[in-house]
Design a protein around this ligand. Structure first.
Ligand SMILES: NC(=O)c1ccc[n+]([C@@H]2O[C@H](COP(=O)([O-])OP(=O)(O)OC[C@H]3O[C@@H](n4cnc5c(N)ncnc54)[C@H](OP(=O)(O)O)[C@@H]3O)[C@@H](O)[C@H]2O)c1
Length: 326
C-alpha cells in the first residue's frame, strides 16, 4: 500500500456507517483522515445518494491549507469535497419520487467526499441523461460550470480570439470546447506534453509555457481577451508584453497588475440550473467531451491530490466509490 493511501481498508466499517474524507487541520494533503460516520438520516426534504464519483479540485487543496479562510471560514473537522455523481437510493416525502434510482450529479456545500450523502437543495441536483456516463457528468461540477461562467462573463463573440492559460486543466479543457462551439478562436497555453490534447479539443494555436515565448508570439497579435486559469503571475508577466489592449479575466488569482491599456478582473460565481441542463445536453449530443485524467478509489485521496499538484494536468481527476452499474 502506498504511503499516501489511508491505512484503514474501506471494507472494514461498522454496520450502518459510511466512510468520509475529513479535514481536521490546515496542514494540507497529508493530514487528511478517513473517518467513519453514521449513515445520514433521511428527512422529508432530502434525497439519499450513493456516491459513485467526486471531483478532486484545487478548491479542496486551497481549503485544506487554509488559503480560503478569509472568504470561506470553515469549522473543523469537516468533510471535504464540493461536487458528486451518484445514484439516488431514497427520496424524502417532499421530493420527487421519480428521482429514485436515477443517476444524478450535484453540489454538496457541506462536503461531498463520502460514501453516501443527503442532498437537500433541489436546485443543486441534476438528473443525468441515459446516454451520458456518470463519470463524464461529474466532471461538469467545478469544471464545465466554471468554464461556462467565465465564457459568459467575458461576452466573447464569434470571430474573437481568446487566450487561455491553464488550458489543460479541468476548467480549461471545457473552456476550449465551449469557445469552439460558439465560433471563438482559442490560443491555449499549456505544457508541451499536453499540446496534442489541446489541439484535439479545438485550440487553433497552442503555446508551450515551457519554451521561450518570443518564438511563439506571432499567434498573440490576434488575441482580444485572456481567461486566466493558471493563476501564475510570472506566466502573465511573460505573456502580456506580446498582447495588445486586452481584457484579462481570472478565475485563479484575485490580484494582478496588468500593463497600461490592459484591464484585469478577478471573477468568481455560479451558473444557473438551466445552464447545467444545457451542459448535460451538450455531453449527450457529444458536442462537449469530458476529459478525465485519472480515477482513484476514494481511500487514495492523498495520492489523487498529490497528482493534481505534481503532474501536468489533462482534465479532471476523479475519486471513485462503488462499481458503476450503468
Ligand atoms: N472562482 C471560481 O468560481 C472557480 C471555479 C473553478 C475553478 N477555479 C479556479 O480556476 C483555476 C483552474 O481550475 P482547474 O480545476 O482547471 O485546475 P487544474 O485542473 O489544476 O488546472 C490548472 C492549470 O493551470 C496550469 N498552471 C498552474 N500553474 C502554472 C504555471 N505556473 N505556469 C503555467 N501553467 C500553470 C496547469 O498546468 P500544468 O498542469 O501543466 O502544471 C493546469 O493546466 C484554479 O485556480 C481554480 O481554483 C475558480
Amino acid at each position: 500500500m502506498s504511503a499516501n493511501r489511508f491505512q484503514t481498508p474501506a471494507t472494514i466499517k461498522p454496520h450502518g456507517s459510511i466512510q468520509a474524507i475529513q479535514q481536521q487541520s490546515y496542514q494540507g494533503i497529508d493530514d487528511l483522515q478517513l473517518t467513519t460516520r453514521p449513515v445520514p438520516k433521511l428527512n422529508p426534504l432530502a434525497v439519499r445518494i450513493e456516491t459513485r464519483y467526486t471531483p478532486v479540485m484545487p478548491y479542496d487543496i486551497l481549503t485544506e491549507t487554509g488559503q480560503l479562510q478569509q472568504i470561506r471560514p470553515v469549522k473543523l473537522p469537516m468533510v471535504l469535497g464540493y461536487g458528486f455523481g451518484g445514484i439516488v437510493r431514497e427520496v424524502g416525502r417532499l421530493r420527487q419520487p421519480s428521482l429514485l434510482n436515477q443517476p444524478v450529479i450535484g453540489i454538496q456545500p457541506s462536503g461531498s467526499h463520502q460514501e453516501q450523502l443527503l442532498s437537500t437543495l433541489p436546485p443543486l441536483l441534476f438528473r443525468v441523461p441515459q446516454d451520458v456516463s456518470l463519470a463524464a457528468a461529474t466532471t461538469l461540477i467545478g469544471g464545465a460550470d466554471a468554464a461556462y461562467f467565465a465564457f459568459k462573463k467575458s461576452r466573447l463573440q464569434p470571430g474573437d480570439t481568446v487566450l487561455i492559460t491553464g488550458a489543460s486543466g479541468s476548467v480549461g479543457t471545457y473552456l476550449i470546447q465551449l469557445a469552439h462551439l460558439f465560433g471563438v478562436h482559442t490560443v491555449a497555453v499549456g505544457h508541451t506534453s499536453r499540446h496534442d490534447l489541446l489541439a484535439r479539443l479545438g485550440a487553433e494555436q497552442v503555446i508551450d509555457y515551457d519554451r521561450p515565448l518570443i518564438d511563439q508570439a506571432n499567434s498573440l497579435t490576434t488575441v482580444t481577451q485572456v481567461i486566466d486559469l493558471a493563476g501564475a503571475t510570472t506566466l502573465l508577466d511573460r505573456l502580456t508584453p506580446y498582447l495588445g489592449p486586452v481584457r484579462i479575466w481570472s478565475l485563479a488569482q484575485p490580484h494582478y497588475r496588468p500593463r497600461p491599456q490592459q484591464v484585469f478582473t478577478f471573477i468568481s460565481g455560479a451558473i444557473m440550473p438551466k445552464d447545467y441542463q444545457w451542459l448535460l445536453r451538450q455531453l449527450a449530443q457529444q458536442k462537449l467531451t469530458a476529459v478525465i485524467q485519472e480515477q482513484h478509489p476514494f481511500t487514495a485521496v492523498k495520492t489523487a491530490q498529490h497528482h493534481l499538484l505534481d503532474q501536468h494536468s489533462a482534465g479532471r481527476i476523479l475519486l471513485t466509490y462503488h462499481q458503476e452499474v450503468r
